[in-house]
Design a protein around this ligand. Structure first.
Ligand code: 9MR
Length: 458
């Protein structure tokens, strides 16, 4: 009997050992209070994606053995300023969507693993900045807010359809041909005019109740080779120019409201008359001759002088204004002055724009800001349009518009933007690097610059 009891005890004892050993090896879970089988590490590979104005997604790598994770989103790197409900937020999976955030705000995301009720340290915070709110589509078009002058856009005949057409009709009531109303296009060879592209632009403007500003009858940089190398006498040259101007201006009489008759006639800095074929062949009074022929061809058309750097080049502006004063004194027809306004977000200053504009309006002339574009990257030190630069560019557009809007009404004529989409601007080729000088991006989205103009008109 004692033997039997001994055998039974031995059996029970062995059974307990077997059960103990089996239980030790059976599960993945560590023993409560026993030695940890996994390191308490925070998750690695934290990735932020799908960033919008008010949300983003955060994902991380699995930590072996973690029961769950705790996610903290805060407005500071020390995680003191946590965002409810994302403070130690429990998450069993490997990612969450963080929502209801503020736009243009930087957030820091940190995650810890929890294993068996024990917490790892926090991961290094990942940084993310939510997007800025897009500027609202204007309820009102530029042309509807600019009640005392025309809103102009430079156009090409290939832009009169599709999205260009939609933007043109929504926003603008004045068109300037970017290059198709210049002598090299309209008069490509001796005795043969080609007005096909001008007709397309003028027909379009008329159909859509828009003005056309003619640009530019005489410009040294758009003079056809046959004119540069004209084979006839000076007298024949002058007759040819008179015929060209009268043919063109009378063809569009009553349909083209105004012409830049001579463009950029003065040298930079010195203010001397630029040495062009027109100066050489027709003499130093060639500009007034052209103005008179224009008036003879259309008694009602508005005659403009147009040039660049008019705000910053005091000598050149002085020479141009002196010429206009002389014309006024001698009854040479002239109605207006065009400041091209190819400027940058850095300058010129609002006060300089205002004081130089006043020189023109004090003379009772019309003033046209005729080719406005504002470079956001003049020093080529950014590779995409940053928030900060877009704001600075917007501020300059606003200043220019404020100046224009506050000149006397009788001098107001038009504010013309030199091109529609950033990627189409002449400035990219001219300077050979990226920039975003205009009011719409490549997808025709309205930029802050556009809002700057609206605000300048308020
Ligand atoms: O932006 C215009 C560009 O598309 C043309 O190729 C170029 C030549 O016709 O003219 C550019 O416009 C100029 C304007 O007519 C006069 N002021 C300077 C402008 C930029 O060169």
């Amino acid at each position: 009997m004692t033997n039997c009891i001994n055998h039974f005890s031995t059996f029970i004892y062995s059974l307990l050992i077997v059960i103990f050993v089996l239980s030790c090896n059976s599960g993945e879970e560590p023993m409560t209070g026993g030695e940890m089988m996994f390191d308490l590490v925070p998750p690695s590979g934290i990735e932020i994606s799908a960033v919008s104005e008010t949300s983003f997604r955060v994902e991380w790598n699995r930590v072996e053995g973690a029961e769950y994770y705790e996610v903290t989103v805060a407005r500071d790197m020390q995680l003191d300023d946590g965002v409810v409900p994302y403070i130690d937020l429990r998450e069993n999976g490997l990612g969450i969507n963080v929502i209801n955030l503020q736009s243009s705000t930087t957030y820091y995301v940190s995650i810890r693993s929890v294993i068996n009720g024990e917490e790892s340290s926090l991961s290094n915070p990942a940084e993310v900045t939510t997007l800025s709110e897009p500027d609202p589509e204007p309820d009102t078009a530029l042309k509807d807010v600019a009640t005392t002058f025309a809103m102009g856009m430079a156009v090409r005949s290939s832009w009169l359809t599709g999205q260009h057409d939609a933007v043109l009709r929504r926003e603008y009531n004045s068109l300037t041909a970017e290059f198709e109303m210049k002598m090299n296009i309209m008069y490509p060879s001796e005795g043969r005019f080609d007005f096909s592209r001008v007709d397309a632009i003028v027909d379009y403007a008329e159909a859509n109740d828009m003005h056309v500003h003619g640009h530019a009858l005489i410009w040294h940089a758009a003079t056809p080779d046959w004119v540069e190398n004209f084979s006839g006498t000076d007298e024949e040259f002058e007759e040819m120019v008179e015929d060209y101007i009268k043919t063109t201006v009378s063809r569009y009489q009553g349909r083209v409201r105004s012409w830049d008759v001579v463009n950029e006639a003065f040298d930079d800095g010195s203010g001397n008359l630029r040495n062009t074929v027109f100066l050489r062949r027709m003499g130093s009074d060639y500009i007034e001759k052209c103005y008179r022929w224009t008036r003879e061809a259309d008694p009602d058309v508005l005659i403009f002088y147009n040039d660049y750097n008019m705000v910053i080049d005091d000598t050149k502006r002085g020479a141009a204004v002196a010429m206009i004063d002389d014309f006024i004194a001698r009854d040479v027809p002239v109605d207006g002055f065009g400041f091209q306004m190819h400027i940058s977000y850095q300058g010129p200053s609002k006060s300089k724009i205002a004081s130089t504009a006043k020189e023109i309006t004090d003379r009772g002339l019309l003033l046209h800001f005729s080719e406005l574009d504002i470079r956001a990257n003049p020093n080529n030190n950014i590779s995409s349009l940053s928030e900060e630069r877009a704001e600075l560019q917007k501020a300059k557009y606003k200043e220019v518009t404020e100046v224009y809007n506050s000149i006397p009404d009788q001098s107001k004529f038009a504010l013309t933007i030199w091109g529609m989409r950033d990627n189409e601007s002449w400035l990219l080729d001219f300077w050979g690097h990226i920039d975003w000088p205009l009011l719409y991006d490549e997808q025709f989205n309205i930029k802050k610059a556009h809002t700057g103009i609206l605000e300048g008109l308020e």
